[in-house]
Design a protein around this ligand. Structure first.
Ligand SMILES: Cc1cc2nc3c(=O)[nH]c(=O)nc-3n(C[C@H](O)[C@H](O)[C@H](O)COP(=O)(O)O)c2cc1C
Length: 179
């Protein structure tokens, strides 16, 4: 099973820690690629419609190569810090550009990892969850997990051993084993 993880964080901080713990938990035999959204050269969707949601984007940047990787995946994990009560612009940009092959993105397995500087009962986590639920309903996605973590300084999550253990077990209990 091919998994693509889209990392929405621009820094080597908590989101990357969460991703690394998840990947460690999957073991060696899994086919996982991490896409670092902040390193891509992707322009915003202009809504031109030339793609017809199947043909790819006319932009000559990293859009098509990135979207093709996502389309080819069985499972997509979106990982993001909370920025202003939502996902980061970097992750949203990638999701927006998935429109260019949106018709090919149906029925994927999905995981969502969210790290914020506020405790996880704050509204940003449910706002982001709601957004992913709407996308999932539209594209018939199966959301396998939605996990939220409270961490502010870059290394906060790494110090949270319970969170790291949970992330390592996530693939076995709710992700890859449910293929
Ligand atoms: C521009 C910006 C906006 C932020 N907005 C929020 C927010 O609305 N809610 C929240 O809980 N944390 C917010 N944070 C805190 C980050 O989500 C938090 O520090 C997170 O751990 C960063 O993840 P990273 O280390 O992977 O980059 C914000 C941080 C930045 C830089």
């Amino acid at each position: 099973m091919k998994t693509v993880i889209v990392n929405g964080s621009p820094r080597k901080g908590n989101t990357l820690t969460a991703i690394n713990a998840y990947v460690e938990g999957t073991g060696k035999d899994n086919d996982i690629e991490i896409i670092h959204a902040d390193r891509l050269n992707i322009s915003g969707c202009k809504g031109c419609g030339v793609c017809h949601c199947t043909n790819g984007c006319i932009a000559e940047d990293d859009t098509n190569a990135t979207v093709d990787k996502i389309v080819a995946a069985d499972m997509i994990i979106f990982a993001t810090p909370v920025y202003w009560w939502g996902m980061t612009a970097q992750l949203k940009l990638v999701i927006d550009k998935c429109y260019c092959k949106g018709a090919l993105l149906r029925a994927k397995k999905i995981g969502v990892l969210v790290v914020g500087g506020a405790p996880t009962d704050n509204i940003e986590y449910s706002l982001i969850k709601q957004q992913f639920k709407c996308i999932a309903e539209y594209l018939n996605w199966d959301i396998r997990f939605y996990k939220t973590y409270y961490a502010t300084e870059k290394d906060d999550l790494a110090k949270n051993s319970a969170a790291i253990e949970e992330l390592k077990k996530l693939s076995a209990t709710r992700g890859l084993s449910h293929s």
